[in-house]
Design a protein around this ligand. Sequence first.
Ligand code: AMP
Length: 304
Amino acid sequence: MSVLVVGSVALDSVETPFGKADEVLGGSANYFSAAAVHQTPVQMVGVVGSDYPVEKLEPLRARGVDLTGLERAEGESFRWRGRYRHDLNSAETLETRLGVFSHFKPKLPPQFRSAEYVFLANIDPRLQLDVLSQISKPKLVACDTMNFWIESRRPDLLELIGKVDLITLNDGEARQLTEHANLVQAARWILERGPRVVLIKKGEHGAFMFTKDTIFFAPAYPLESVFDPTGAGDSFAGGFMGWLARTGDLSESNMRRAVIVGSAMGSFVVEGFSITRLLEVTRSDIDARVADFHRLVSFDQALG
Ligand code: AMP
């Protein structure tokens, strides 16, 4: 089963302590797709401007990302400029230029409207809502967001939260959205407003999955060098949703596996700029990393 994603299709300029990249392929939909397509075909919805190097999306298309829902509009593409200092867990946004996204009216191709697995990646919550209203009977709808939208579109975001099954946020965003410093309380606050699953990502400190009755925690893969953290969250979501769509199993134990697949994809993407590493890794690299995760967290409980 394929997974549908709507999100930003961007040109990113990023500075980290280890180097700089200018106007490279970025955006939540690109990162998500490059990660998810290792598990299952992807349907992408978004918009690019007339200046976008669409030929660079060819490797994604060749792997199974359907770009029929990617509109080309007159004007400038979405651009994001960010910087990471020594704390690689938090990006400092230097500039966000919405460009063609500010007038985007998503219109889903008919064959996308029956999508069962839907990821409303980080983009204006009004667009996330618009896409959701065009889908007939999804099995699982998940969304992501960020500080930019929590500040500027709070009412729309709350409306969206009431309509999704699952939300992914990083710890700072969860605190900002809920005004709870404690993450367990923050997750509870969100669970009371709609979603039945809340995934809170903590960068190099791993990720929590909360449901009404359970908490699961996955560490981040202990990498010796992290090159560029951009896209880790979207790649995590891509691995997570891709796994669920591929297996069609929404049980708690399978969602735990999905968290690990997501963590594996997040750990690959940060090894290079843009989506480069996601295009290089193979299914067996992913399997090997998932096995590493298993070893990382397994222990024998001493009794008595
Ligand atoms: P993350 O996975 O959270 O590191 O997401 C990184 C991506 O988010 C970058 O490739 C940016 O292009 C994209 N991005 C940054 N700001 C925004 C925004 N306000 N709306 C949508 N996408 C954004």
